[in-house]
Design a protein around this ligand. Structure first.
Ligand code: NAD
Length: 260
């Protein structure tokens, strides 16, 4: 793979301050991309920006809550102003609280749907309008989840938000195709981010993690870099005929029963 795969191109990544988003921006930067990082966590966002800037990368950070129409509009305007035409967007910001259905407050439901589903709608709308104005085309990748297909207790809001994101991806792909903008989703399974591995360390978490692992045909959790590799492909010209797809990167987690 060439080091300059994305040189001269600018990408906007939400949820860039942590986990999969953070690894993704590091990999895009290694391939020469100019980056605009967006996150609601201002401290981690600044730490991520600083770490990339110290290695000589072209990087801007804009704090914004993806569920706020005003903040998203301001963030998108600033992103195009500082980085020029943005050729790719990754909607990676997401939250995943776990609460049994019968105890779930409506406020928590709203928070999850607003972040994981309304957020990608708002950010994509603001960015796609500017891509169309620039006549640049583009590639948009939504980070979905195996939970969009696989039911498990405590994630009614999360599962619904990610299932909705899959269909939002399909409709956006249809509407934006005439403008040369491709839209795809990547659905990770169990990924060993710091947050997931920390949650797996307690006794309850350990049992849950082991149950999930036992269902994975490839027998292990994935790494953030394995998710990012697929995102890089979808952002690249090599994926020029891919739009509207939901691509699993889950070691076979969602296939069914791995063994008897
Ligand atoms: P993470 O918590 O490490 O990172 C998510 C980032 O999004 C954080 O930096 C957070 O501050 C930011 N964020 C949250 N709400 C925001 C908002 N309203 N506006 C802007 N930024 C916001 O999570 P992760 O595990 O890296 O997950 C990243 C994405 O991948 C999420 O969409 C998640 O649903 C999805 N995913 C993760 C896994 C996994 O196993 N880690 C599996 C499937 C899907």
């Amino acid at each position: 793979m060439e080091v300059s795969r994305f040189s001269g191109q600018a990408f906007l990544i939400t949820g860039a301050a942590s986990g999969i988003g953070r690894v993704l921006v590091e990999m895009l930067a290694e391939h020469g991309a100019a980056l605009v990082l967006c996150d609601v966590d201002t401290e981690r966002l600044e730490a991520t920006r600083r770490a990339l800037a110290e290695t000589g990368r072209r990087v801007h950070a804009i704090a914004a809550d993806v569920s706020s129409p005003d903040q998203v509009e301001r963030m998108a305007a600033e992103a195009f102003r500082v980085a020029g035409p943005i050729g790719g967007l990754v909607n990676c910001a997401g939250i995943y609280p776990v609460t049994p259905l019968l105890e779930m407050a409506a406020e928590e439901w709203d928070r999850v749907l607003n972040t994981n589903l309304k957020g990608p709608f708002l950010v994509t709308q603001a960015v796609a309008r500017r891509m169309i104005e620039a006549r640049s085309g583009g590639s948009i990748v939504n980070i979905s989840s195996s939970a969009s297909r696989l039911a498990r207790p405590g994630i009614a809001h999360y599962g619904a938000s990610k299932a909705g994101l899959n269909q939002l991806t399909a409709v956006m792909a249809v509407e934006l195709a005439p403008h040369g903008i491709r839209v795809n989703a990547v659905a990770p399974g169990l990924i060993g981010t710091d947050r997931v591995l920390a949650a797996a360390r307690g006794p309850a978490g350990e049992a849950e993690h082991a149950t999930k692992r036992a269902r994975i045909p490839l027998g292990r959790e994935g790494t953030p870099a394995e998710v990012a590799d697929l995102v890089l492909f979808l952002l690249s010209p090599e994926a020029s005929y891919c739009t509207g797809g939901v691509y699993a990167v889950d070691g076979g987690f969602t296939l069914g029963i791995p063994r008897y």
